[in-house]
Design a protein around this ligand. Sequence first.
Ligand code: FMN
Length: 272
Amino acid sequence: MRPQHEVFALGYIKETIACYERARQLAKVSPELACETELQWVSDVLTRYFEVAGPHPIIDSLRGRFQALQADVPQRVPTAVPHERGVAGRSPVGYEELLELARCRRSVRWFLQKPVPRELIDRAVAVAALSPSACNLQPFEFRVFDDAELAQEVASIPTGTSGFGRNFPVIVVLVGKLHAWPKEPDRHLIYVDASLAAMAFLLALEAQGLGSCCLNWPDLEPQERRMARLLGLEPDDRVIMLIALGYPDPKGMMTHSQKKPLAELRSFNISG
Ligand SMILES: Cc1cc2nc3c(=O)[nH]c(=O)nc-3n(C[C@H](O)[C@H](O)[C@H](O)COP(=O)(O)O)c2cc1C
């Protein structure tokens, strides 16, 4: 915040410290369940918080609790904290290159029957993971199927794959995790966040020579039940969409997808 407030986060700092205590406790008794990078992030942020916040009776009393927790934590300079943007983040990709990549990405429905290295998929997910998401919760999972039999079974469930679903070397089910946003007004966020990540995923596939096609997930009970059974979905998991991917068959037909002209897609300052 500019200017920085002396006292802030009073509404949730107590709960945050309680969560951190539980996480540290859990890490002690079941280290295999602990996520070290996440603990480090929390530790860094709280270290910085207690450096800059206060004085205030609530903050001061929690500072002691935090310091007690930190006694067992190796000292380090906090790096996972807010920092000035500076100029280091400037894009290394020019507009023309980005436009060309977006132009190259067209929905591919016919693929070579050639395995896709998992590393390429992971690299695409790594790009997707950098997408913005509400509160940075990233409430989605890429469930990848590259086993031929399983991929075909998954591809047979949605309605929009008839005639070409059998040739997908890989199919991804993008699953939204509704438990991240249990309140009704926030239910759309899993769709927004997963879709932003999906776009980055598609472009990253394209940049690595892989083609893809999004596949509609219909809001139909029998399909929901079949997919939930096959994937072992939780009751609050929601399928967002499916994505077929693989090496494009150069002889495969592509649709011509006429895009709307700029004037139909954007306006400036129109009100009333
Ligand atoms: C959410 C979503 C669902 C889609 N579902 C299907 C589908 O079920 N079957 C299909 O062949 N294509 C599907 N597509 C691909 C679209 O038809 C395609 O993106 C659109 O025609 C534009 O073509 P382009 O991707 O080549 O630009 C879907 C795309 C999106 C974004």
